[in-house]
Design a protein around this ligand. Structure first.
Ligand code: URA
Length: 238
């Protein structure tokens, strides 16, 4: 198990600042291998640490959800444009943290980030592809047989999509539709709507496997997954 700075470990595990973590250490509330410690900068093995007599609920890997805003790239780094990694606050940053899959620059919504490369690989592999849910605002209603065509698998110029579920959420000149699909090819949702005579003007991902985009997570913000969310996600990748 990797060793890390005590104040960083406490801050990550307890969702507090490093300064507050240092204060807890100075107050004598933290033990390492059963011994009270006062140096919050020391490197420790997470399994050796207790707080107020209880072991830390330590997770080896780190899982974050972000409500991606439009205008940022889903990439670890880019020389010219802002990326989602620039939106991760320092206290949630970890070595190896990466977005799982991609959303287009103008797509908003739920993006998973993790340092668990094995899970990321499983969630994206064609064998495991998890369901993803999107809300799409359209420029005009799609053709009347759109739901049926999505359900059968839309034929695009270079491949036939797997069956997907389409559901109208709001009528009108610029209707809102929900689409659930298991694939994640380049511009896939936009291309599927283009194939049924419409055009996506705004796209937001609201679900990824068992995860749902919470109303409380504003665009540009991220938070760690809860223990329940993490367990559900790990199960969906198996
Ligand atoms: N489909 C798209 O067209 N764009 C996305 O960002 C995600 C799915």
């Amino acid at each position: 198990m990797d060793r890390m700075r005590l104040d960083k470990l406490l801050a990550l595990q307890m969702d507090i600042s490093r300064k507050d973590a240092g204060a807890l250490v100075r107050q004598g509330k933290v033990c390492v291998c059963g011994q009270q410690v006062h140096d919050s900068a020391q490197k420790v093995c997470p399994a050796d640490v207790t707080f107020s007599g209880k072991p830390l609920d330590y997770q080896a890997n780190f899982y974050l959800m972000m409500n991606k805003p439009a205008g940022v790239l889903t990439a670890a780094w880019d020389a010219k444009q802002p990326t989602v990694m620039g939106l991760v606050p320092d206290k949630l940053m970890r070595r190896g943290l990466q977005p799982v899959g991609r959303l287009d620059k103008d797509t908003t919504g739920l993006l998973l980030l993790t340092d668990d490369g094995e899970l990321a690989h499983q969630l994206l592999s064609p064998r495991h592809h998890v369901w993803k849910t999107y809300q799409a605002r359209l420029i005009c209603p799609p053709s009347p047989c759109a739901e049926e065509r999505f359900a059968h698998g839309i034929e695009l110029s270079d491949f036939t999509c797997q069956p997907a579920r389409l559901h109208r959420l709001k009528d009108g000149d610029t209707p809102l539709y929900e689409v659930c699909l298991r694939e994640g090819k380049f511009h896939q949702v936009k291309r599927m709507f283009a194939a049924v005579g419409s055009e996506v003007t705004a796209l937001c991902r609201t679900g990824f496997g068992p995860l749902l985009l919470p109303d409380t997570l504003a665009q540009g913000q991220c938070r760690s997954l809860t223990r329940e969310e993490t367990e559900a996600l790990l199960k969906s990748g198996k």
